[in-house]
Design a protein. Structure first.
Length: 227
């Protein structure tokens, strides 16, 4: 029986548009390792370095850069060329000392920006919360990671991470500045004007005042980025 789930590659024509790379260069594209980000919302490190940034000509060259300790993801050394990257990640190259943050474009696909400030500082949405061993409050973040938090932090809040953990919490509330990370208004920014609570038949939603006017979108589609 075929073992398609264990494949290290994806057919380019059938793969997600998220990476925004040419589908005609070759038949296959490296498949991101499972874990942190959803398959359709992630890109393998080798694809980013070779195809998006042009810092290597082949996958072998990318692996040499990684094995030499030349790439960091969110402040940690990368060891896997298929390491999954997605929204909110920061990739730093030791040779050039340049950092790139992974954002989102109007179509909801990958957008690369030169990272400013400290590469270890990131803002991520809280998508889950549970009590772990020792009654510690643990927060599940948008990038698939978990971090120790406080009981007052709620799902849909955002946390600003630094090298020591959570530096501050941005509350999901009226007046907060937000970024739309999914849906028809992806990449738009605005201010939350109203929060509508969900019920058994409808999702929680927010009214946002953006540069192009007011609109409404499900709460799961936004991330708070400022007070």
């Amino acid at each position: 029986m075929a073992r398609h789930g264990n494949s290290r590659h994806l057919n380019r024509l059938a793969s997600s548009t998220y990476p925004r790379v040419s589908k005609k260069i070759s038949k296959y594209i490296a498949k991101p390792a499972a874990g942190r980000h959803a398959l359709g919302r992630s890109i393998a490190l080798v694809v980013l370095v070779r195809d998006k940034l042009g810092l290597a000509a082949t996958a072998g060259e990318v692996r040499k850069i990684i094995n030499a300790g030349g790439v960091q993801v969110n402040g940690r050394l990368a060891v896997d060329d298929r390491y999954p990257l997605g929204f909110g990640d920061v990739v730093t190259f030791a040779g050039s000392k340049e950092s790139y943050s992974i954002g989102i474009d109007k179509a909801g696909n990958i957008k690369l920006d030169k990272a400013s400030g400290r590469a270890g500082s990131r803002t991520l949405k809280v998508v889950g919360k549970y009590v772990g061993r020792g009654n510690k409050v643990m927060l599940r973040l948008y990038d698939g990671s978990t971090v120790k938090g406080e009981a007052a932090t709620k799902v849909n809040d955002s946390v600003v991470l630094n090298e020591k953990g959570i530096g501050s919490v941005l509350k999901f509330e009226k007046g907060a500045r937000c970024l739309v990370i999914a849906g028809t208004h992806a990449s738009e920014r605005g201010v939350i004007k109203e929060v509508k609570q969900g019920n058994a038949t409808s999702l929680a939603s927010v009214k946002i005042e953006g540069e192009g006017g007011a609109f409404e979108t499900p709460a799961e589609n936004i991330m708070v980025i400022g007070a």
